[in-house]
Write a protein that binds this ligand. Structure first.
Ligand SMILES: Nc1nc2c(ncn2[C@@H]2O[C@H](COP(=O)(O)OP(=O)(O)OP(=O)(O)O)[C@@H](O)[C@H]2O)c(=O)[nH]1
Ligand SMILES: [Mg+2]
Length: 356
């Protein structure tokens, strides 16, 4: 999964990414897009590794892009932001980071710490960036539909769709809200609209705001995951060894690591779950969209396995942990043979039988 961290100047993007990935923070004001890989914490893999003693254990990962902060207060900043936005149009998810922390050493954007205002500004700018894209596309299609080309009827359909999208944006609605069918989605998918992407909002809070609730109902849909974390504190925690970290977290009443909160919200926004494969070579977690059928899940592992798919031998992690061994699972009738159309569930352990 490819994710981009977006936010206004010095909202703490790099500090958050460094805390969740363990990678060093680039200096403030860096103009490059940094990349970091965040492993998806999954306790099941730890247990399975003990059980199967594989040669390797592979966690799912979230690939994160850390963008330089946006500054929409002048033309130069706007142009730079637009260039950056155009570079991340293919990512699958946007994590919007807004500042709530007070820190006199770090000047606040527009001289005010204002998470809801910052979120509104980010949202508006994303809509504007998409509006530009829609307008360019409409202009092209309007010329195209008058030519008797092979794609003429298709172009007419797309033009009507783009006009619908333009209307949505003009009434400040994301493109995702205007798409009604799979066919519509397919038609515009490759254009890389930002407001078609799922989002997560991460509020970078002060240490004393860890329990604070934020109401962004004016800015975003209630289905958008909102997480709060103190980047500075999490960054410090990430430097500690496991034992000291656990102690500090207990003292501060932090029950979940920043990495796990971050990844969970990304999974939830994307509608992802994980199935697992096991064996003496490798124990591995595979992220898939909720509702994925076994035939397509097989394709994630290898295209040959999908092509030669026979059956998905399936049991659940919970059953294995409870009953204790694959042999006992078999005796208890807990190993199922599922067909191509079986809808894979989170925590399914699958051994694909295939023939090529
Ligand atoms: N007090 C406090 N300071 C923070 C927190 N998070 C970040 N900072 C400080 O804010 C400054 C900016 O943090 P960065 O992580 O570099 O922010 P950024 O969004 O990556 O900045 P740009 O990429 O330049 O836009 C640094 O001096 C951080 O130490 C926080 O949670 N609390
Ligand atoms: Mg940064």
């Amino acid at each position: 999964m490819k994710v981009a961290l977006l936010g206004l100047l010095q909202s703490g993007k790099s500090t958050i990414l460094s805390a969740v990935s363990g990678k060093k923070i680039p200096p403030i004001g860096s103009t490059a897009i940094e990349e970091a890989v965040v492993p998806v914490p999954d306790e099941r893999l730890g247990w399975l590794t003990e059980y199967y003693k594989p040669k390797k254990t592979t966690y799912a990962t979230v690939d994160c892009l850390d963008l330089p902060g946006f500054n929409f207060t002048d033309d130069h900043g706007r142009a730079a932001a637009r260039r950056l936005i155009n570079q991340i149009r293919t990512v699958e998810l946007l994590v919007l980071i807004v500042r709530s922390f007070e820190n006199p050493a770090v000047p606040a954007y527009r001289n005010k710490v204002n998470p809801a205002g910052d979120l509104a500004e980010l949202k508006t700018e994303m809509l504007l960036a998409d509006l530009e894209l829609v307008a360019t596309r409409i202009e092209r299609l309007e010329k195209q539909v008058h030519k008797p080309t092979k794609t003429q009827s298709q172009d007419k359909v797309e033009l009507a769709l783009q006009i619908k999208l333009q209307d949505a944006i003009e009434s400040e609605k994301p493109i995702s809200s205007a798409i009604e069918t799979e066919a519509e989605l397919k038609m515009i998918k490759s254009l890389g609209f930002l407001t078609l992407r799922p989002i997560v909002v991460a509020v970078n809070v002060s240490e004393d705001q860890l329990d604070k609730k934020f109401d962004f109902s004016g800015e975003i849909d209630s289905s958008v995951p909102v997480i709060a974390m103190c980047a500075k504190l999490e960054h410090e925690l990430a430097q500690l060894d496991d034992e000291s970290r656990a102690e500090f977290m207990a003292d501060l009443d932090i029950t979940e690591s920043a990495a796990s909160k971050f990844v969970e919200s990304c999974y939830s926004a994307m509608g992802l779950i994980s199935f697992l494969t096991v064996g003496s070579d490798e124990v591995r977690a595979w992220p898939i969209k909720q509702g994925t059928i076994a035939h397509n899940a097989a394709g994630k592992v290898h295209s040959d396995i999908q092509r030669g798919f026979i059956r998905a031998e399936t049991f659940t992690f919970d059953d294995l942990k409870e009953i204790g061994s694959e042999k006992a699972l078999k005796a208890a009738g807990k190993i199922r043979l599922e067909g191509k159309d079986y809808i894979v569930q989170d925590g399914d352990i699958i051994n694909f039988r295939f023939n090529v």
